[in-house]
Design a protein around this ligand. Structure first.
Ligand code: CAO
Length: 228
């Protein structure tokens, strides 16, 4: 289990290598129109900072992923040890890849379905700080049911995230950018977020991969539906 024993770049390298070789990955790409979400985020980020947390796109992404996972339970699952059975999880613990000076760690934010955007924002700030201070406990890095790897704060459009076994899917997030979108009459500026979903092709077929990512982009494009 990658998430349970990653505590140095050596170990994470070994596990990434094993997962890359043993899981047949397919990566599906899409762009989410987050113009509305960005407007909401910009309007509220000052207030969030006053309350002690950072309102980044990742906080909304956790929320949207939970909603999509509830609709597509085979993505919120793990393979058993012999690779024969799929275990569907009834909880939504989202692993977050955190870059630290000592390498990659993946703490899980637990029960994301029961947490509000401010609660998730606070927990994300707190857990990533503890990861960088090497203060994660075994409880922090165990039991994720789905992982998000966000490079959006760093840059880049798209990349191929490696599945965090025994999970069966991972979402990679690139950097959002304002781009011209044709509305049938004129080009208008929209904020588009690049997403890359890698899934285990033994568990998820291409149609379901496409449907999951389409649902996720649709949720991110409709803030009311996402947060309600
Ligand atoms: N598009 C555009 N801007 C983005 C963005 C995106 N997708 N995601 C974040 N940003 C912005 C944030 O809004 C923030 O801007 P301000 O400082 O102006 O508010 C800035 O980028 C930095 O964000 P952050 O990195 O502090 O916060 P986060 O919630 O996005 O990420 C964490 C938290 C822990 C994931 C991050 O600190 C980190 O470690 N990222 C690296 C992850 C990594 O290396 N993954 C490994 C990949 S290999 O599988």
């Amino acid at each position: 289990d990658w998430s349970s024993d990653v505590c140095s770049s050596d170990l994470s390298g070994k596990n990434l290598h094993r997962n890359w070789l043993s899981i047949p990955h397919v990566t599906q790409h899409d762009l989410a129109d987050i113009s509305e979400m960005e407007a909401l985020r910009q309007a509220n980020k000052g207030q969030a900072a006053d309350k002690g947390y950072k309102l980044t796109p990742l906080v909304f992404l956790i929320k949207a992923c939970v909603a999509a996972l509830q609709e597509f339970p085979q993505f919120n699952a793990s393979m058993d040890k012999d690779g024969q059975h799929l275990i569907l999880k009834k909880y939504y613990h989202i692993g977050i890849a955190v870059d630290t000076p000592d390498g990659l760690v993946v703490p899980a934010i637990r029960d994301c379905d029961r947490k509000s955007i401010p609660e998730l924002g606070r927990e994300l700030s707190e857990v990533s700080q503890r990861a960088r201070d090497k203060k994660l406990t075994p409880q922090d890095w165990q039991g994720a049911s789905f992982t998000i790897s966000s490079l959006g704060g760093i840059g880049g459009t798209s990349f191929t995230p490696i599945i965090n076994a025994p999970e069966v899917a991972i979402l990679g997030v690139g950097r959002a950018a304002v781009q011209p979108v044709w509305d049938g009459e004129v080009f208008r500026p929209h904020t588009l977020l690049p997403l890359a979903l890698s899934y285990d092709h033994r568990v998820v077929n291409g149609g379901d991969g496409g449907r999951f990512l389409t649902e996720l982009t649709s949720l991110l494009g409709d803030v009311k539906r996402m947060v309600m």
